[in-house]
Design a protein around this ligand. Structure first.
Ligand SMILES: [Zn+2]
Length: 186
């Protein structure tokens, strides 16, 4: 019996995966810890202690500790948000207010910045981040796409990170401002 199960398990897994993958084409998948069934949802918005996700008309909160990762569908070719917009040199940290105003007006909550100007981490990495803001949202999320659209319309330079880059980014985020120059001597 056990041998049969072992033989069946891989094919079952493939069937399940194919099913989940087809389902996930347009939707967002929340991968849970402890091998729990992944959740396929319409929208995800990140909070400090977890995630709000929407399925149909129902919005549910999910504790951060239960979530392994959130997988977003590949954006359509027409709107490649990862394409970095290089600065025109006019951007200053002082212009950040209009981005914050936009975000509050659109999403009724403050812009979730993880770094505003220089931070200890950026100093440790030898990056000049004095004119940069890091926003802790995934570029492909609803909020991320809206923010990128706004930055483009305002010609504000940004870099979109979909995952960690050693020595540059700890995880998915949107960096607003020009690429941080390396501080010399590092
Ligand atoms: Zn940054």
């Amino acid at each position: 019996m056990l041998a049969v199960c072992k033989k069946l398990a891989p094919s079952l897994f493939i069937v399940l995966c194919a099913f989940v993958c087809t389902q996930a084409q347009e939707k967002i998948t929340i991968v849970l810890k402890n091998d729990a069934r992944p959740l396929v949802v319409d929208e995800v918005s990140e909070a400090t202690d977890g995630f709000w996700y929407k399925r149909g008309n129902v919005t549910t909160f999910l504790d951060r500790e239960r979530v392994a990762r959130v997988e977003y569908p590949k954006p359509p070719e027409a709107e490649k948000p990862a394409e970095p917009l290089q600065g025109n040199g006019k951007w200053r940290l002082a212009d950040a207010q209009k981005i914050q105003d936009f975000f509050v007006a659109r999403f009724k909550k403050p812009l979730p910045t993880t770094a505003f100007g220089q931070s200890d981490l950026h100093t440790r990495w030898g990056l000049d981040h004095r004119n940069g803001i890091d926003v802790g949202i995934h570029p492909d999320s609803t909020e991320g796409r809206a923010l990128i659209e706004f930055l483009r319309s305002e010609s504000i330079p940004f870099l979109a990170f979909r995952g960690p880059v050693p020595g540059v980014a700890t995880g998915p985020h949107i960096h607003i401002g020009n690429r941080s120059p390396r501080v010399s001597g590092r």
